[in-house]
Design a protein around this ligand. Sequence first.
Ligand SMILES: *Cc1c(COP(=O)(O)O)cnc(C)c1O
Length: 565
Amino acid sequence: MNNEAKIAYFSMEIGISYDIPTYSGGLGVLAGDTIKSCADLKIPLVAVTLISKKGYFCQDIDNDGRQIESPIDWDPSSVMMRLSKKVMIHIEGRKVYLQAWCYKVKSVTGGEIDVLYLDTDVEENSREDREITHVLYGGDDSYRLKQEMVLGIGGVRMLRALGYHIKKYHMNEGHASLLTLELLLRHKRDVESVWHEQWVWDIDTVRDLCVFTTHTPIEAGHDRFPYELVRKILGDIIPLDELKRLGGEQHLNMTLLALNLSRYVNGVAKKHGEVSKNLFPGYEIYAITNGVHSFTWTCSSFKQLYDKYIPSWANEPELFVRAETIPDSEIWEAHLSAKKDLFDYVNVSTGIELNPDILTIGFARRFTSYKRADLVFSNIERLLSVCKKGKLQIIYAGKAHPKDKPGKEIIRKIHEFSKMYNHEITVIFLKDYNVAMALKLISGVDIWLNTPLRPREASGTSGMKAAHNGVINFSILDGWWIEGHIEGVTGWSIGPKPLESSLATINDISDAEDLYTKLENIIIPMYYHDKTQWIKIMKNSIGKVAYYFNSHRMMRRYVTEAYLD
Ligand SMILES: *Cc1c(COP(=O)(O)O)cnc(C)c1O
């Protein structure tokens, strides 16, 4: 291993490829895209996460639309190397050992990034402790806290044991905040001769080492643990009064802990930066808007097209600015080819044959209430009358967290609508959403829909993936879309301008009405009667949206604004 100082990037989940199912959604996929861009750009970084040997979960849907979950049993040894080094941390007073699996992300540029997957399933540990790194976001508070100890504290120790020289620790969301405690312990100063205390915490040194990216725009979304539990599981590595000063008086709030111990803090879109400042007054919070990895999120027909007209686009996505030079007919052919691939996939997995001439809308992401996947169905009569202007097909996919009852209920409702109105509108639900399916879906539909409740969509990234394939965004003005949207030029908005920076009153009815009106009066007529204009917006999606919302641009900003000082 070379000895160059590296950025250590910590994330509870990383979604880097289909055969490593250690992610649940956007946060993990963003981490994967971050790592791939670092490999391409040769940014010296090492990533740390958990092995999640049972994955998140595998999703099935029964005949009544109920989500059925089962563990994913995957075998890390088929895709990565187990390292022999072991480190130990104390959990509930017990010694818990951990090992790491190493996966190397290699770029065609010659860049290479190590991703370390921490694993407590080693023979020295009790059966209970061997399961700590099994299920992503599984179990109760106590299970979660143990996982966060493995990630934060165990991660820092593992990096040291493996000989990495780390110049910055980047926490991707608050799950990894406990790493700050390990750093505090390492940097405590002995000042016995000056003060009565034995040592003081060198908070400034630790702050200089840490970068924190927050992803959660609402108070309730931040991980927090009762101090009773913290004492039991974490022990007293840090005096309680000091921990409370850094992590909150009431509970140990992981976001607050990271905020207090990081020199650079950012949200993941401009609006989200503002919202976060409102949530945590007094903290300087910057914004670096997310991006997606262009090569990963471009389907094969568009890759061929870009290779022909925009050579070296993949490592220099700014060149998408030249999208206009691609002939309309070839854009349309590439799109039809992606649409056919998706429809073949739908046919194989559901037995349903979709018609490629029909305007097709895609919606896929985690199923959770604020994402409002069922907003399209909030006024069925209105929807059916819209369909009379021109036919519609809608394809859905997404998992609800096993404990998220309202999220599961939305899946059930969509299932029900799809059966009740199947003569008027074709609605498909694809089971077991994952990164491989995501690429088919975001490239093979005509319109990518996003209808979150504002301002809860910190950024969102699937619309950026769609744009890389000339698929047009039609979304609520929240997260990244506030920055990417130019009405009628790069796509279309739904609902009012985003002026608020705290949770707005829920306005399902007016948002849905705007959705129907634009579908009826603008989108359907243009799709069926003005292909030239439609293709112009497709090209703008590439030339004005993918051009900016890619992870190469994002990482260059992290390097110059967060990592260098
Ligand atoms: C990109 C992606 C997401 C994130 O989608 P959003 O619409 O940004 O929430 C979630 N899951 C998978 C599998 C993805 O590829």
